[in-house]
Design a protein around this ligand. Structure first.
Ligand code: NAD
Length: 433
C-alpha cells in the first residue's frame, strides 16, 4: 500500500518505519525542516531502541522516505495517517490546532479517494470534526478511521510490530477491508468498531492504567504506615488473573507525554457533557502528590535541604527514552531548588532534553552516575535505568558525603541493601528503610 504519515514524532516515525518494514511504500511528512533533514540523512531524532536499523534498511530498500512536501506525499498515497501532537491546553483540554491544520492541508491537496486514519489521541467527536474540515475543502471522496495508538516509548518498535490489539473505528466497509489488510500481518486481534468508541477506547485504556498506578501508590503509602511491603502485596495481587501483574509497581507516579495529558483530557471530555469524573480526578491528584514523597523522605533524613548537595539519578519519565515531557523529575528538582538544595543530575540520555525544561546555576549536569553521587549528601533514584541497578552499592556509599539513598522506583532489593551503610528509603517497603 502507499501510505503517507503526517508527523514524525514517537508515534508517526515508529509507525511509518514499521509499515515500511511490512513491505508498504511509506512517505513520512513533517513541517520541522531540521527533523526531516536529519531523517533524510538516516539519523533518528529520538532515542528509541531498534528504530535506526529498521529505518535505514527500509530507506535503502526504497520503501521509506521523508519530506516536508505534504502535497506531493498526499498525491502519491491512498492511506493518510495523522500522527501530529495533541498536547494539553492550560485548562487540560487537548489542543487540536495541529490536527486542524493538517486536516485542512489534506482537504486542500486531495486528488482522489483516500482513507484518512487518525493515530493521534483525540477527544471523542474529533474525527467527525476532521471529516468536516477536510470536506469543506474538497469534493473528492474519502473515508475516516480512528486507529488509536497504544505503543509505549522505549519499546515502541516491539509494541508496533507485536501489538496486543488493533482498534479500527470507522463507518466505512471499504476502509475496514483495507485497514484490516494493512494490519493483519501484525495481529489477528483486530477490533472493528464505530469511530467514537475507538476514540474512547484510547482514553479509557490510559485512564485505567493511570488508575492502577495511583491505586498501588496509595496502597504503598498505607503500607509504610502499617508495616506491610507493597512489592509483596502487588505480587500477591498480580497472580489474580482478574487483576493482572502489570502497572502495579509503586514509585513516584506516572509522567510522560500521554498519561498526564490524556487523564486531564478525559476529565474535560466528561466535564463537557456535565459528568464529574470523580475517580479520575482523584487518580490525577494522587499522582501529583506522590512524587513529593521523595522530598518528604529527604527532609526526614536531612532536615533542612538548604545548601545540601542532592544527587539525582534519572531525568526521563521512564527508562529507555529521552522523553522528559511531564517527567516527575521536573517538579522534584524545581521543589528542591526552591528549598535551596544544590543538584548534581545524571541521566544516560535525557539530560539535553531536560535542560530545556529546567536549568539553573544550582544544577551541575554530570556525565557519569558515580560522578553525580560523589560527595553528595543524598542520592535520589527517579528513573529505573538498568545501569543504576547494576551499581556496586558499597562503592557508591563510600563515594558519598552521607550515605542516604532515596529509591523512588524500588530498584534495589533487601539483599543489595542489607550489608551497606546506606540509610535507605524506598516506596511502601518500611521493612527496608
Ligand atoms: P510528537 O510531539 O513527538 O510528534 C509530533 C510531530 O508532528 C512533530 O515532529 C511535529 O513537528 C509534527 N507536526 C506538527 N504539526 C505538523 C504539521 N502541520 N505538518 C507536519 N508535521 C507536523 O508527538 P508523539 O509523541 O508522536 O504523539 C503524537 C500523537 O500520538 C499524540 O496525539 C499522542 O497523544 C499520541 N500518542 C503518543 C504516544 C507516545 O508514547 N508518545 C503513544 C500513543 C499515542
Amino acid at each position: 500500500m502507499n501510505i503517507t504519515v503526517i508527523g514524525t514524532g514517537y508515534v508517526g516515525l515508529v509507525s511509518g518505519v514499521c509499515f515500511s518494514e511490512l513491505g508498504n511504500n511509506v512517505i513520512c511528512v513533517d513541517n520541522n525542516v531540521e527533523k526531516v533533514n536529519m531523517l533524510m540523512d538516516g539519523h533518528v531524532p529520538i532515542y528509541e531502541p531498534g528504530l535506526k536499523d529498521i529505518m535505514n534498511a527500509n530507506m535503502k530498500a526504497g520503501r521509506l522516505s521523508f519530506t516536508t512536501n505534504i502535497q506531493d506525499a498526499i498525491s502519491r498515497s491512498n492511506i493518510i495517517i495523522i500522527a501530529v501532537g495533541t498536547p494539553s491546553l492550560p485548562n487540560g483540554e487537548a489542543n487540536l490546532s495541529f490536527i486542524e491544520l493538517v486536516a485542512r492541508e489534506i482537504g486542500s491537496y486531495m486528488d482522489n479517494y483516500k482513507i484518512i486514519m487518525t493515530k493521534s489521541t483525540v477527544p471523542v467527536g474529533t474525527n467527525d470534526r476532521i471529516q468536516e474540515w477536510i470536506s469543506s475543502l474538497t469534493n473528492h471522496p474519502f473515508d475516516m478511521a480512528s486507529v488509536p495508538e497504544f505503543l509505549r516509548e522505549g519499546t515502541a518498535v516491539q509494541d508496533t510490530l507485536y501489538p496486543d490489539r488493533i482498534v479500527i473505528g470507522t463507518h466505512s466497509e471499504r476502509a475496514v477491508a483495507t485497514l484490516k489488510e494493512l494490519h493483519q500481518p501484525l495481529t489477528d486481534q483486530i477490533i472493528v468498531t464505530d469511530i467514537r468508541s475507538a476514540e474512547m477506547i484510547k482514553y479509557a485504556s490510559n485512564a485505567f492504567l493511570a488508575t492502577k498506578i495511583s491505586f498501588i501508590n496509595e496502597i504503598s503509602n498505607i503500607c509504610e504506615k502499617v508495616g506491610a511491603d507493597v512489592s509483596r502485596v502487588a505480587e500477591g495481587m498480580g497472580y489474580d488473573r482478574r487483576i493482572g501483574a502489570s502497572f502495579l509497581k509503586a514509585g513516584i507516579g506516572y509522567g510522560g507525554s500521554c498519561f498526564p495529558k490524556d487523564t486531564q483530557a478525559l476529565i474535560q471530555i466528561a466535564g463537557n457533557v456535565d459528568y464529574d469524573f470523580k475517580l479520575l480526578k482523584s487518580v490525577v491528584e494522587v499522582n501529583k502528590d506522590q512524587r513529593f514523597n521523595v522530598i518528604r523522605k529527604l527532609e526526614d533524613a536531612l532536615g533542612s535541604l538548604e545548601g545540601k548537595e542532592i544527587a539525582i539519578w534519572g531525568l526521563a519519565f521512564k527508562p529507555d527514552t529521552d522523553d522528559v515531557r511531564d517527567a516527575p523529575a521536573i517538579e522534584i528538582i524545581q521543589r528542591l531548588l526552591e528549598q535551596g538544595a544544590v543538584i548534581r543530575a545524571y541521566d544516560p540520555i535525557a539530560t539535553e532534553n531536560f535542560r530545556k525544561e529546567v536549568d539553573s546555576p544550582s544544577i551541575t549536569w554530570e556525565e557519569r552516575a558515580m560522578k553525580a553521587a560523589e560527595g553528595a549528601d543524598a542520592l535520589c533514584v527517579l528513573t529505573e535505568w538498568k545501569e543504576f541497578m547494576e551499581v556496586n552499592l558499597t562503592d557508591l556509599a563510600a563515594h558519598m558525603n552521607q550515605p542516604i539513598l532515596i529509591d523512588g522506583r524500588n530498584i534495589y532489593g533487601e539483599d543489595q541493601i542489607k550489608d551497606t551503610s546506606f540509610q535507605y528509603y524506598s516506596v511502601g517497603r518500611p521493612g527496608l528503610t
